[in-house]
Design a protein around this ligand. Structure first.
Ligand code: ADP
Ligand code: DP6
Ligand code: CO
Length: 356
């Protein structure tokens, strides 16, 4: 049998975590390069909580690039997927020409097959695009032997994905260059900085959101005066305050800023025309429960944040997490709230990991 019939693909599997923003990104100043109108800040979740697993395969017999998401083939010609593939291949070619004596054979003409699975609801406001594109970029980079700063590439898949390239506490600096070269993510502190911090995920609904984040923020940029005010006059100061609160491990300050920022983000969705509603009645009951819990103690012991979806992310300290879980079970008994589930884990380290 001729050798080329024996297609033994080069296979590589990686996993990447979700990150949840405590200062939200909402709105682009450049749609193609995915450049934001404000900086943002997130914490990286533990991979035992929410993660994407992506396998990439390359083989000289593959006729075209293809991708399967959660077991179903999706269109590889999606511009965001094409941007990531193009950028990684460009960096690989650059490396190839820089290292003339490179003995490794990087066959850039070979096509790839990509298979990606999220272990949590996709497009439901739990940052699947962040873990998904971070994982894709990382896996492709490994396959092609590309190193260096990759958050710029992940950003071109989904803005929030640039923050999932790092662990711990991460900021995405908006940058001001028109080519986007200064719009990158950086780790502010590793996860070891605040080991007492706990993150709970309350899945209220696994359904796909009615308006995807990309389309939603596009309408908000066009129509919401509140979003413009937020980006220009609120977030710059709030970023500084959040960096300080995290630096000092000041939970009350961190929690207050987190809730206010989530609320303002959802207010900009309401200010969008036509308005976008991501929160549902259960989300609002969770918000009330957190505020009642805090006022019962007279200080802030828990905080919520909601991305573009109804699902809640709760922050507490380790000493309170058990009590908070009991409170949730009381308010939302499993028999009446089938989908609501809880996981309380610390902030995670850099968790892009290669599983060979
Ligand atoms: P979410 O709140 O889950 O991030 P978005 O509307 O931002 O929702 O993005 C959802 C889209 O992200 C999906 O429709 C899909 O195009 C993309 N996506 C999600 N998971 C992956 C993945 N594992 N690999 C590639 N793309 C993904
Ligand atoms: C509410 O990163 O999903 O989760 O860049 O268009 O892919 P695109 O949008 P995406 O938006 C995330 C919005 C958010 C807030 C955040 O993660 O900062
Ligand atoms: Co997203």
């Amino acid at each position: 049998m001729p050798e080329e019939k024996l297609c033994v693909p080069t296979l590589l599997t990686c996993t990447a975590p979700v990150n949840i923003a405590v200062i939200k990104y909402w709105g682009k100043r450049n749609e193609d390069l995915i450049l934001p109108i404000n900086s943002s800040l997130s914490v990286t979740l533990h991979q035992n909580q929410l993660k994407t697993t992506t396998t990439v395969a390359s083989c000289k017999h593959f006729k075209e690039d293809r991708i399967w998401l959660n077991g179903k083939e999706v269109d590889i010609n999606h511009p965001r997927l094409q941007s990531c593939l193009r950028e990684i291949r460009r960096l690989a070619r650059k490396r190839h020409s820089d290292e003339e004596n490179n003995s490794e054979k990087l066959n850039l003409s070979q096509k790839v097959h990509i298979c990606s699975v999220n272990n949590f609801p996709t497009a439901a406001g739990l940052a699947s695009s962040a873990a998904g594109y971070a994982c894709l970029v990382y896996a492709l980079a490994k396959l092609y032997g590309v190193q260096g700063e990759l958050s710029k590439v992940a950003r071109q898949g989904s803005g929030s994905a640039c923050r999932s390239m790092y662990g711990g506490f991460v900021q995405w600096i908006m940058g001001n260059r028109s080519d986007g070269k200064d719009s990158i993510a950086e780790e502010l502190h590793p996860e070891t900085h605040w080991p007492q911090l706990r993150i709970l995920i309350l899945v209220v609904s696994s359904e796909r959101k009615p308006v995807g984040s990309s389309a939603g923020m596009q309408t908000s940029v066009k129509t919401s005066p509140l979003l413009k005010y937020r980006a220009e006059s609120v977030v710059p100061q709030r970023m500084k305050e959040m960096v300080d609160a995290i630096g000092q491990r000041n939970f009350e300050k961190f929690a207050e800023l987190t809730m206010k920022d989530s609320n303002q983000f959802h207010a900009t969705c309401g200010d969008t025309y036509p308005p976008i509603f991501y929160l549902n009645d259960v989300s609002k009951r969770i918000m009330n429960m957190v505020h009642r819990y805090n006022s019962h103690y007279g200080n802030i012991k828990a905080a919520y944040t909601f991305d573009a979806g109804p699902n809640a992310v709760i922050f507490t300290l380790d000493e309170d997490v058990g009590e908070f879980i009991e409170l949730v079970k009381e308010h939302f008994p499993p028999e009446t709230n089938g989908e609501l589930f809880l996981k309380g884990l610390p902030v995670s380290k850099v968790t892009l990991s290669e599983e060979l």
